[in-house]
Design a protein around this ligand. Structure first.
Ligand SMILES: C=C1C[C@]23C[C@H]1CC[C@H]2[C@@]12CCC[C@@](C)(C(=O)O1)[C@H]2[C@@H]3C(=O)O
Ligand SMILES: O=C(O)CCC(=O)C(=O)O
Ligand SMILES: [Fe+2]
Length: 350
């Protein structure tokens, strides 16, 4: 039996002591546990940014879409995608469900609290232990069917949540399959064996959905919504509500805001694509800042090869920069070294 994504995470327990039972909305000042040192690289106020170019917006119906995607992945590791074919209603209904979930009182949400060895349910971000301060954030992770977790929260009324999340995953998977084909074509010369998992059945690839909620914050400039990270996926498709906060780090430009566009989805390329492309495609470091006026929601869909799949640089015009390993092994390395995982598997001697 193939290993599932939740099993891959089960081997790397995340201890959730003193997590969320914090009622964000009742706080008038920032508790010390959530106060991050102020950085030199820009504060949370998006309006102060915008110097330099924004991340590319690509029209999927554009005849040059594939080449534009290639350039965006090389230069940014991210882009906004419009005319992607996902109906707005599908995205809106998933955002409504996220709002309904996070608006519940803490004791209801805690019924679906992720266990230490669990991968799904309500809780803080998996990257939390790597940072000394807490994030101004609540999350809900879905791998496969969300029904077991939804039942804990809404014992008699879990069906609408499940139907909407299942439909969202189905729609996102179809889009991700399409993007993965384009990306593999861009890389060129890839064997059928290597891309067989694309268009595969749902239990034959890695898929996860993360609902994110960033409550309003009394002191946004001292808080952090989601700390800087790269995604572990091949690619991530992100829907953000109409509230600013997402930023991508670009050398030479610093933290660049990714402003929400009602009809666009943000695509991030993740670590797995960085490895497969032998570093040609970036994996964008990104973070989320919070806001005193408006709360923020986002829905991230993570997509990648099955956890038993061996990943190694696929197209070589120079030496391979990374050693071969399974997705599962990479997840294990990253669970111990958030920022150092790629250099730990690097084959470049310095
Ligand atoms: C399939 C995934 C991808 C995960 C882990 C697992 C489930 C939840 C995802 C996130 C969502 C929030 C940011 C992140 C960095 C986190 O802490 O949890 C993501 C992480 C990753 O991209 O590594
Ligand atoms: O909330 C956002 O816009 C980003 C979320 C994110 O980076 C993630 O879930 O991995
Ligand atoms: Fe992310």
């Amino acid at each position: 039996m193939a290993t599932t994504l939740s099993e891959a995470y089960r081997d790397h327990p995340l201890h959730l002591h003193h997590i969320i039972p914090l009622d964000f909305s009742s706080l008038r000042t920032l508790p010390d546990s959530h106060a991050w040192p102020q950085s030199e690289d820009g504060d949370g106020d998006d309006d102060n940014h915008g110097i330099g170019s924004p991340i590319p917006i690509i029209d999927l119906m554009d005849p040059n879409a594939m080449e534009l995607i290639g350039l965006a992945c090389e230069n940014w590791g991210a882009f906004q995608l419009k005319n992607h074919g996902i109906p707005l209603s599908v995205v809106e209904e998933v955002e409504e469900e996220a709002k309904r979930l996070f608006a519940l009182p803490a004791d209801r949400k805690l019924k679906a609290l992720r266990s230490a060895t669990g991968a799904t349910g309500y809780g803080r971000a998996r990257i939390s232990p790597f940072f000394p301060k807490h994030m101004w954030h609540e999350g809900f992770t879905i791998m496969g069917s969300p029904c077991d977790d939804a039942k804990k929260i809404w014992p008699n009324d879990y069906a609408p949540f499940c139907t909407i999340m299942d439909n969202y995953q189905k729609q996102m998977k179809a889009l991700a399959d399409k993007l993965a084909h384009m990306i593999f074509n861009l890389l060129g010369g890839i064997s059928e064996e290597q891309k067989r998992w694309i268009n595969g059945s749902t239990n034959n690839l890695c898929e996860a959905v993360q609902l994110n909620f960033y409550p309003r914050c009394p002191e946004p400039n001292r808080a952090m919504g989601l700390a800087p990270h790269t995604d572990t996926s091949l690619l991530t498709i992100l829907h953000q509500s109409q509230t600013n906060g997402l930023q991508i780090f670009k050398e030479g430009a610093g933290w660049v805001p990714v402003h929400p566009h009602p009809s666009s989805l943000v695509v991030h390329t993740g670590d797995i694509l960085h490895i497969l492309s032998n570093s040609r495609f970036r994996c964008a470091l990104h973070r989320v800042m919070v806001n005193s006026a408006r709360e923020r929601y986002s829905v991230a869909y993570f997509y990648g090869p099955p956890v038993d799949h061996v990943v190694s640089p696929l197209v070589l015009d120079s030496l391979p920069r990374f050693r071969s390993l399974t997705v599962k092994e990479y997840i294990g390395i990253k669970a111990k070294n958030l920022r150092g995982a790629l250099s730990l598997i690097s084959m470049l001697k310095n």
